[in-house]
Design a binder for this molecule. Structure first.
Ligand SMILES: [Zn+2]
Length: 209
């Protein structure tokens, strides 16, 4: 339901709840295309989805310096294996202060795009649960832990992007589609082993963006 509900579900929900259809659509992963991800459809050729999404821009390394990888069947921010469920993470403060039977996993907590709760600035912690209901923490005795300031600042930008369509950076504004792709590009660049880099990167500052 959170990923891509059957066609008749959202209009029926809108009719029964009075919540506008567009808002309901925005509450699903499919409703975030083409900004959070290009599409939920099958990729046109094996490896095309990863290549298009991750290799469009560059942050720390130039396009030449980055090792190219083939990742067939890849979907941005979603598990490659469709049998694997979404991430289950929650904020301990949100969970403990929610009224009985009202707690659910937010859409954004189910994708590995942020690390902290936008309301409380604490780490999202691994949890079990399903059908919008919280069940238990993966680690017994989980308590709220404040996230580092840099994480909170980056996550605030990502939330701003998803809610307003734009991130305001010190020198420019960046469209949400560009922001999500640059974050994924950065992860790819940081995971590239130094031994795989074709040339040594001497300039670790932002180049293109
Ligand atoms: Zn919270």
């Amino acid at each position: 339901m959170d990923l891509n509900p059957p066609a008749g579900v959202l209009p029926a929900l809108a009719a029964r709840t009075g919540v506008p259809l567009e808002r309901l659509r925005h509450m699903t992963i499919a409703g975030q295309a083409p900004w959070l991800l290009d599409s939920l459809d099958r990729e046109p050729a094996p490896g095309a989805a990863f290549d298009t999404y991750v290799h469009q821009g560059s942050v720390l390394l130039t396009a030449k310096e980055r090792p190219r990888r083939q990742v067939p069947g890849w979907r941005a921010w979603l598990p490659t294996d469709p049998k694997r469920g979404p991430l289950r993470r929650a904020c301990p403060t949100c969970q403990s202060t929610a009224a009985a039977a009202t707690f659910g996993f937010s859409l954004i907590s189910q994708v590995p795009l942020t690390l902290s709760c936008p309301h409380h600035g604490c780490h999202l912690e691994p949890a079990f649960g399903g059908l919008g209901a919280f069940v238990a923490w993966e680690k017994k005795g989980t308590r709220a832990r404040a996230a580092p300031a840099a994480v909170v600042a980056m996550d605030a930008r990502t939330h701003q992007a998803l809610h307003t369509g734009t991130v305001t950076l010190p020198r420019r504004s960046v469209h949400v589609g560009v922001w999500c792709r640059l974050l994924r590009t950065l992860i790819d660049e940081l995971s590239a082993p130094v031994s795989a880099l074709r040339t040594r990167s001497h300039r670790p500052e932002f180049r293109r963006w």
